[in-house]
Ligand binder design. Structure first.
Ligand code: F0G
Length: 364
């Protein structure tokens, strides 16, 4: 049967209002791509796979949690939703709200959201309120205003978001036929790391995932989690909130994660590790992912690759011969400015045969 989205596939395994009518864009079922050449770039003999969440309908993993959050909100009879966002949550909330016939308000930090994210959010018809303040300030404001009950909060402090996002853990096990040894992901507001850990700790599925997986290993075998924050926005690494977070990886420009305690618990229960990557390291990984494997993710997503390389290079973790999944949380097309700025750019070429031949020979 054709793919019909996450609630259709996993609804029985999630805590959702029984009988609620799913609001879906047929999200999920994203590719898990083997990445042998990127593994060579990283070194240390790992077996690397990329969970390409940029293939979700609005181009990020947020759609997994938004199908459930908006479904629940609609089932409660809400007419409007609100979120703070560095861009991906807002695009996703706007799309699912449009599908549900609800009004969507989003608060974004002025000048700090990638172009494609704003474009999508506006196209889906959301009211985009731009504030002179960080994501953290925006989140505090929307948390307070949603207490009045007129608008439903759909940031990942909403438990329905975590219910939906945990499905990525289940998909990875199905696609890989095993639980990976390490799961590496970028950490911002810490909803996603919380959701993955919930997924990996849940009850096993009833049927075998694949030929290789005769008995579902979920809940018995667990991966180690590797979290990466941007160095200028690394509260979990530093152990205290960061008042003025700064990084070119704007999706994870967050100084006080809402799911702080859950993230720390997940890291420690999994025997995992968290570290900070410099913007240069994140952007080097960003280019490497696209050029070695032909997979275009946004800069923040590449933090999962940058952090993995750094932790291995420094001997902070050991993973030789082990299976590692890097989660590429968002699509590179969302951030055209980063893509053009970190490439050589266009090669002006005169429209003649000779000039074309010269350009080709010079650039072979
Ligand atoms: N990667 C991308 C592409 C993101 O957009 C985000 C978060 C993260 C990683 C971090 O995930 O917050 O669950 O730890 N983006 C949020 C937003 C904050 O508003 O779109 P997290």
């Amino acid at each position: 049967m054709a793919w019909q989205g996450l609630i259709h596939k996993y609804g029985e395994r999630m805590k959702l209002t029984p009988g609620a009518n799913p609001v879906t864009l047929h999200e999920g079922n994203t590719p898990l791509i083997p990445a042998p050449d990127l593994a060579k770039w990283i070194g240390h003999g790992i077996d690397l796979h990329l969970k390409y969440e940029g293939m979700n309908p609005t181009g990020s993993f947020k759609d997994r949690g938004m199908t459930t959050a908006i479904t629940e909100s609609l089932a409660r009879g809400s007419k409007a939703v609100i979120c703070a966002s560095t861009g991906n949550t807002s695009a996703s909330a706007a799309a699912y709200a449009a599908r549900a016939g609800m009004t969507c308000f989003v608060l974004v930090p002025a000048g700090k959201v990638a172009l494609g994210k704003i474009a999508g959010t506006l196209a889906y018809g959301a009211r985009v309120l731009s504030i002179d303040g960080s994501f953290d300030t925006a989140l505090n404001l929307v948390r307070k205003i949603s207490e009045d009950g007129d608008v439903d909060l759909v940031n990942s402090v909403n438990p329905a978001r975590i219910e939906g996002q945990q499905t990525a853990a289940w998909e990875i096990v199905e696609q890989l036929g095993q639980v990976p040894d390490w799961l590496s992901l970028p950490v911002g507001n810490a909803g996603n790391i919380t959701a993955y850990w919930k997924g990996f700790c849940s009850k096993p599925c009833l049927s075998p995932c694949s030929a290789a997986c005769l008995q579902c290993p979920i809940g018995t075998i667990k991966p180690r989690l590797l979290g990466t924050q941007a160095a200028g926005a690394a509260p979990l690494v530093l152990g205290h909130p960061v008042d003025h977070p700064e990084t070119k990886a704007t999706a994870i420009r967050i100084g006080n994660p809402a799911r702080w305690d859950e993230a720390i618990a997940a890291l420690s229960e999994s025997g995992g590790h968290i570290l900070a990557a410099l913007d240069e390291e994140i952007f080097a990984a960003y280019s490497a992912v696209a050029r070695t494997e032909g997979v275009f993710c946004e800069p923040s997503s590449a933090a999962s690759v940058a952090g993995l390389k750094k932790a291995l290079d420094r001997g902070e973790i050991e993973a030789a011969g082990q299976t590692v999944v890097c989660v590429l949380t968002g699509n590179g097309l969302k951030d055209p400015d980063s893509a053009t700025e970190s490439s050589k750019g266009l090669i002006p070429t005169e429209a003649t045969f000779d000039a074309l031949r010269r350009s080709i020979l010079e650039n072979l």
